[in-house]
Design a protein around this ligand. Structure first.
Ligand code: GLN
Length: 453
């Protein structure tokens, strides 16, 4: 813990941490020392972690990367972080993220972008760490924590993991409780870990997950021993390669990486089978209707009364307007407007209802593949390696949304997905592959990801 606290102070240029909590960390580490000395070590005893600033932490400012929550001190602890502290982990601080987890580069944070510790060969130009869990990924990659919590609504664990050469898993929807995590799109949001290795992710997820009556969508299922699944290998498994993921304009190096990943799994004893997920191309447009719709509803609670920021106005409506105008950033306002539009009476059937129907079709594509004997599906994690700071944050938001093309399907179908580093591009930047599993079968993902790692 002391070594990490010292490292944080030297790495502030990355802007990965929004808040460092060294005093709390040292106190927690002292408790851990005592537990270890007494022979009562808990599963994560003394492991220093970073916490995405979307998880409410009791008495510790939680901003969701937004000005509207500036200074907000929750009087409760999120279920996921509660589980980590129960198991002996140590909190180093709160990690930067895109505002309300809306983004793919961490550039929408109200507290400045996170810079990736990676650089292209021969260049000093700063690169994005991905998003929205950019602080989590950069902190793990730069060794500013042993592991980090993250959340994934449309790729926000897997894409930043792929951009930074780290491992990230979005478990099945319902595996982790959403209680006490700031909501973005409630039917898509899932918590998961980002860490250095598949094993570390298995250990962390084992602690984060578990039933919770306070989140009615949280599955009432025992948490498997994910670590025990690691040694299983892939012999006898059937791995699907979905042809629809061969998207137009995909760089040759991504195709090569994907072929290489399939070859590694085949050598390790898996059968590789080409499959079809015919509705894949509708996933991204449908996601960018469903997610903003739910976001516009979830963000209605930031009214200047209940949380954080308040900007006075003529009357109460003026106060709402001034607070929301000052408190939300551009991307969040864009999502609220899109969401309000697609939910409005005149357009509800044309957009929201259709997007929900597409969602069902996407889910059925996966169900058909699994029913035909596929155990897991291999795809690239992202359509490219990390891009430069400012490169895609320009005028057209769709440019940024396209980065999520391989990750959003998994959230739409509620399935588990893991991103695992698989190689470097021509400029020396990390590239990741994604494995998608059956519902509540993270164990197969951990076993297969180890064959690639
Ligand atoms: N990039 C996607 C978005 O902006 C996903 C974000 C996430 O998973 N939280 O909506």
């Amino acid at each position: 813990t002391e070594a990490h606290i010292a490292a944080l102070e030297k790495a502030r240029v990355l802007n990965a941490y929004l808040l460092e909590t060294p005093d709390r960390a040292l106190k927690m580490a002292e408790v851990s020392d005592a537990k270890i000395a007494a022979g009562e070590a808990r599963p994560l005893e003394g492991l220093p972690l970073g916490i995405k600033d979307l998880f409410c932490t009791h008495g510790v400012v939680t901003t969701a990367g937004s000005k509207i929550l500036e200074g907000f001190e929750p009087h409760y602890e999120s279920a996921v972080t509660h589980n980590l502290w129960r198991d002996g982990a140590v909190m180093l601080g709160k990690l930067n993220l895109d505002e309300f987890a809306m983004g793919s580069s961490n550039e929408t944070s109200a507290y400045g972008t996170v810079v990736s510790p990676w650089r292209r060969a021969g260049s000093e130009a700063p690169l994005v760490p991905g998003g929205s869990s950019g602080g989590s990924a950069a902190a793990v990659a730069a060794r500013l924590c042993l592991g980090a919590t993250a959340t994934d609504t449309g790729g926000s664990i897997r894409q930043p993991a792929a951009f930074t050469g780290t491992v990230g898993i979005k478990p099945t929807y319902g595996r982790c409780s959403r209680w006490g995590t700031v909501a973005f799109a409630s039917s898509l949001d899932q918590a998961g870990p980002i860490a250095r290795t598949v094993r570390d992710c298995a250990i962390l997820l084992g602690s984060m997950a578990g039933p919770d009556a306070r989140d009615t969508t949280c599955a009432d299922l025992p948490v498997p021993d994910f670590e025990a699944a690691l040694g299983r290998g892939v012999k006898g498994l059937t791995i699907g390669i979905p042809k629809e993921y061969r998207v137009e304009g995909m760089p040759a190096e991504i195709q090569r990486l994907w072929d290489q990943g399939a070859a590694w799994l085949r050598e390790a004893g898996a059968e590789i089978r080409e499959i079809s997920l015919p509705h894949t191309r509708y996933a991204l447009p449908a996601y960018y209707i469903v997610a903003p719709a739910e976001a516009s509803s979830n963000l209605a609670r930031y009214d200047g009364v209940r949380y954080g920021l308040r900007v006075p106005g003529r009357d109460i409506v003026g106060m709402y307007e001034n607070t929301r105008a000052a408190g939300f950033g551009r991307e969040v306002k864009r999502r609220i407007m899109i969401g309000t539009y697609v939910l409005s009476a005149g357009y509800y059937d044309a957009y929201y209802v259709r997007a929900q129907k597409i969602r069902t079709l996407i889910k059925r594509d996966f169900e058909a593949a699994y029913a035909a004997g596929v155990d897991a599906i291999l795809t690239p994690a992202t359509p490219s390696a990390a891009f430069g700071v400012g490169e895609k944050a320009s005028a057209d938001p769709v440019e940024m949304y396209l980065n999520d093309v391989f990750t959003v399907t998994v959230n739409m179908a509620g399935l588990p997905g893991i991103a695992v580093p698989a190689g470097l591009d021509a400029q020396g930047l990390p590239l990741g592959l994604q494995l998608i599993g059956r519902p509540f079968d993270e164990e197969t993902l951990f076993a297969a990801a180890q064959a690639i790692e």
